[in-house]
Ligand binder design. Structure first.
Ligand SMILES: [Zn+2]
Length: 219
């Protein structure tokens, strides 16, 4: 892996003011971002999220997943804490890429859940990697992180790739009618935990402005 810090600026957002730092990786034309609040250098147990991009959810507000709500909650919690890091990692569809994620979605239309759809197409359940996350956190001087996630195997994945995860912090968003089945698959088949820990936060349910049964019938 060849990765370098490339550029940096101050970024005012609706959540608060962050510092955004871009990293370039030789093997990936898409650049990763660190969104940083406060002074994290030399700190341990820094509130953090390693968030992999989801164009359909974050840009087009797809209701098939909870990525946008998780991203939004992550930025909000870091801004509220006044200190923390969100790593925005450019690996779509759990690492298989955008076009193949859409192939998986097509397979889901035929009635398969997200895990089976991946397997039928020959993709691993999770192809994400986190060595770039380890590099970015080290570059920022972060000694260890408190990771906002409901996915214990993500903690393992990050640790395997060199990130020092001090603890997992639950990161709960309210399911809605359309993504309820997807979230249930993540719980039942992918080991996600939807408990409320001491730091647990639940956001208000997403308001869907049309009858979601229309979409469910179509699938
Ligand atoms: Zn998504």
């Amino acid at each position: 892996m060849t990765i370098e810090r490339y550029s940096e600026c101050r970024l005012p957002t609706e959540y608060g003011v962050f510092r955004v730092i871009a990293y370039r990786e030789a093997s990936n034309p898409n650049e990763h971002l660190a969104i940083v609040a406060g002074d994290v250098e030399g700190k341990a147990e820094v509130l953090a999220r390693a968030h992999s991009e989801c164009l359909t959810g974050e840009i087009f507000h797809s209701l098939k997943c909870d990525c946008r709500e998780q991203l939004d909650l992550g930025l909000r919690r870091i801004a509220d804490a006044g200190e923390g890091v969100l790593l925005y990692l450019r690996q779509e569809g759990r690492g298989i890429g955008l076009g193949d994620k859409i192939r998986v979605y097509q397979m889901q239309q035929k009635g398969h859940d997200t895990v089976d759809a991946n397997r039928i197409l020959g993709f691993p359940d999770d192809a994400r990697r986190y060595d770039m996350a380890a590099f970015m956190l080290k570059d920022l001087g972060v000694r260890s992180i408190s990771l906002m996630t409901n996915n214990p195997s993500k903690v393992d994945g990050l640790r395997k790739d060199g990130v020092v995860v001090a603890k997992r912090v639950p990161h709960l968003v309210e399911p809605h009618e359309v993504n309820r089945g997807y979230l249930e698959t993540k719980r039942a088949r992918m080991g996600h935990v939807y408990d409320l820990g001491e730091d647990g936060v639940v956001t208000a349910p997403l308001q869907v402005s049309y009858d979601p049964s229309v979409l469910l019938d179509a699938e």
